[in-house]
Design a protein around this ligand. Structure first.
Ligand code: ADP
Ligand code: MG
Length: 698
């Protein structure tokens, strides 16, 4: 990179060694480049002033001119605070500081004109402005346009580097950048996307004269960031694909055809067909398939998995299906065996509780190639389980499987088997693109016909009797009911007590012999859990009281009511997963979200979302807005979370555009060797410098 950008920050006028050290330790700014990329987090239009009398009616922070007429200490002990009376020609309002009172008191100048920036809050019955930003009018640098606001720290502020101090520095710096910022994007791309040059963007982001300029600058800088990220992800995928040749399934095969033509229980939905075609393309080409299939609960992923497994078998390969729990593995085994009962395909089930004798048989038939399909749990990944020719691994409900487990299965043949991962937890497209950069993503975005949408309602504690009455009606109709209690992660004991008192209340409201109740929770032994689950599955009990340990993906079509207790404690995707346990049969199903009276804004939004839609992708989008990508994806691959200016939750469209552009660029120039891509290549090398695989393409 050019030496200008790498110039140590202490050489900037107004910095010096002491401030340079602080800038480094407090906000990681070492070079000119770092400061240029230390973006304002908001802008204030300094030409707009409000009056004190407006304050109670404004939703956002506002700017006011006025004078401090009095300063006083109030409260005592921990409630100590500083109050300043601030006046303009419409009235007086209290400014309040709860911290740093002493220091602030010394700074305040009574009688001089200040510019205030803050937001009024109601305390008791009077309005205050807590911790406002105050600037002496006499000290305001003349602003022709917007004022950028930078985040600062206490230490920086104490050396004069509060937002305004930082602004003085950036404003110095942007005066120097003319002709110093090499353009990184190809000219054509800039023109097509109507993006401004990098140099101008870096100037305007710090010194805009209006909000349109802010928008242009931010869009350009976000695009840079997202394009690099997508290029990196695609390059990694490109590298991974070069390394691995995939098995070719040259034909769909005989078993596939006879199943499809004679035994398919219902016509495939359009979405199932589309995804199967995508899979077909992968396995036909000798490419190594690494595909994620997202489909809402009930969208028919099992059938897609089965058809893919049949393709493998028809081409002389073995296929494995891994589920996260014994119950699920068992259900898959039964469904699939019954689908295939008249076809020449051998299938076995392998779980932790498979008996020694059968286990030995399974191992043998796997190794001598007689067994075509193996369905099971983690047990299937053990080293003692060896295949003669494993061609495909399907992993159901991917969220419980990590990258390491996928790798383990891939190592079970001389060449790596194809991998198909199925998840019922919809992930917003932009996140999927970013976090599963190494996977191709297919979406089953259609439910089989004839499904009755689940009716969801929100009920308060005061409605409990009515809700119980409703449960009784449904049970009388022969239906079954889930009642789920939240898992309080901080305290298993509390969690348990909560469940137990719930169970007692339910037992009293639904007494024997008319009602039989099962209970499942985390402290039970697996066999006990299984036993209770099976009683419910078999219809011996009508009510299932459980914590969220209730099995993912479990299928009891006769269960038509899902009651979620303390629903405000659950996240959106969890609520949606739980609701997916009902609505699997022909009957109208219901989900009742029970909550207390006091709900936060976010809780309310979650409940409203659940009531208003059954669409998992819509729900995932709201979830992303509420929680942000970090919380949804965890800290894995946090690179994507270190974005400085782009926001995966808000910039979905730009993410998609960047992805498309990255794809175009790499398909035209896979090694980024052309002149137009020279800068991109350099930037990427910097990103990938410490990552060994880069060498293979560079
Ligand atoms: P999930 O995607 O949640 O794993 P499943 O594969 O368990 O969903 O399918 C849910 C239900 O829908 C099953 O009972 C299955 O037999 C049924 N199903 C799957 N595909 C179709 C289809 N094309 N038409 C009608 N019913 C279908
Ligand atoms: Mg499933």
């Amino acid at each position: 990179m050019t030496p200008f950008l790498k110039t140590p920050i202490e050489y900037l006028k107004g910095v010096g060694p002491q401030r340079a050290e602080l800038l480094r330790t407090e906000i990681g700014v070492i070079s000119f480049e770092d400061l240029l990329y230390y973006f304002p987090f908001r802008y204030v239009d300094r030409s707009q002033y409000h009056k004190i009398s407006d304050l109670p009616y404004l939703e956002n922070s506002a700017q006011i001119k006025g004078r401090i007429v009095q300063v006083l200490d109030a409260g005592s002990g921990r409630g100590k605070k500083l109050i300043a009376k601030f006046q303009d020609d419409t009235g007086v309002i209290d400014l309040v500081w709860f911290q740093g009172a002493k220091w602030i008191k010394n700074q305040l100048k009574i009688g001089e004109e200040y510019q205030l920036y803050g937001k009024a809050k109601l305390y008791g019955n009077s309005w205050h402005v807590p911790h406002p930003e105050l600037t002496l009018i006499s000290e305001i640098t003349q602003h022709s346009g917007l004022q950028p606001i930078y985040s600062s720290t206490e230490k920086l502020s104490s050396k004069g580097l509060h937002s305004r101090g930082i602004e003085k520095l950036t404003s110095q710096l942007v005066k120097l950048i003319k002709d110093k910022i090499p353009e990184s994007l190809p000219f054509d791309l800039l023109r097509n996307k109507q993006l401004i040059s990098k140099e101008i963007a870096l100037f305007l982001v710090h010194k805009p004269s209006d909000f349109t300029q802010v928008q242009h600058a931010r869009k350009r800088l976000k695009f840079d960031e997202l394009l690099l990220l997508q290029l990196e992800l695609l390059l990694r995928k490109q590298i991974a694909m070069k390394k691995v040749k995939g098995f070719v399934f040259s034909e769909v095969g005989e078993v596939f055809n006879s199943f499809y033509n004679q035994y398919l229980p219902f016509p495939l939905t359009g979405a199932q067909k589309k995804v199967l075609k995508e899979i077909r393309q992968d396995v036909l080409q000798g490419k190594h398939m690494n595909r994620l299939v997202q489909g809402d609960v009930g969208s028919g992923k099992t059938l897609v998995a089965l058809l893919t497994m049949l393709m493998a078998v028809g081409n002389g390969f073995q296929a494995a299906l891994i589920a996260p729990t014994e119950i699920l593995a068992g259900q898959h085994y039964e469904t699939i065996s019954s689908f295939l009962k008249d076809l020449p395909v051998s299938i076995r089930l392998l779980t932790g509780s498979t008996k020694k004798k059968q286990r030995v048989e399974i191992h043998e038939s796997l190794e001598n190639g007689q067994l075509n399909m193996l369905i099971g749990t983690h047990a299937l990944m053990e080293d003692t389980v060896r295949f003669s020719n494993l061609g495909l691994v399907v992993i159901d409900e991917q969220h419980r499987f990590g990258v390491a487990q996928r790798a383990k299965m891939r190592a079970k043949n001389v060449s790596e088997p194809h991998i198909l991962v199925m998840t019922a937890t919809p992930i917003p497209r932009t996140l999927a693109m970013t976090f599963y950069g190494d996977l191709d993503v297919s979406v089953i975005d259609e439910l089989p016909p004839g499904r009755k949408p689940i009716t969801t309602v929100h009920r308060y504690e005061s409605h409990r009797l009515r809700v119980f009455g409703f449960i009784k009606e449904e049970v009388e109709k022969g239906r079954q009911v889930y009642i789920v209690y939240p898992l309080i992660q901080e305290s298993e004991t509390l969690d348990f007590n909560n469940l137990m008192s719930g169970f007692e209340a339910i037992s009293r409201a639904f007494p024997l012999p008319d009602y039989k109740i099962s209970m499942v929770h985390g402290k039970m032994k697996p066999e006990e859990k299984d036993f209770e689950m099976q009683r419910f599955v078999a219809g011996d009990t009508q009510i299932m009281v459980a914590t969220t340990v209730i099995e993912v993906g479990v299928n009891v079509p006769n269960a038509s009511v899902m009651i979620i207790e303390s629903a405000e404690r659950f996240g959106l995707s969890q609520l949606h997963q739980l609701r997916g346990r009902v609505g699997r049969g022909a009957e109208q199903s219901y989900c009742v979200l029970m909550t207390g009276d006091k709900l936060s804004k976010d809780s309310l939004k979650r409940l409203e979302t659940m009531v208003s839609t059954n669409d998992g992708f819509e729900i995932a989008e709201v979830d992303l807005q509420l929680r942000g990508p970090g919380d949804i994806m965890g800290t894995q691959q946090s690179g994507a979370l270190n974005l400085k200016i782009a926001d995966l939750a808000k910039d979905g469209e730009l993410v998609t555009e960047a992805r498309e552009e990255a794809r175009k660029i790499l398909s035209a120039d896979p090694g980024l060797e052309s002149k137009a891509h020279e800068m991109l290549r350099m930037l990427l090398s910097a990103v990938l410098r410490n990552k060994p695989d880069w060498g293979k393409i560079a």
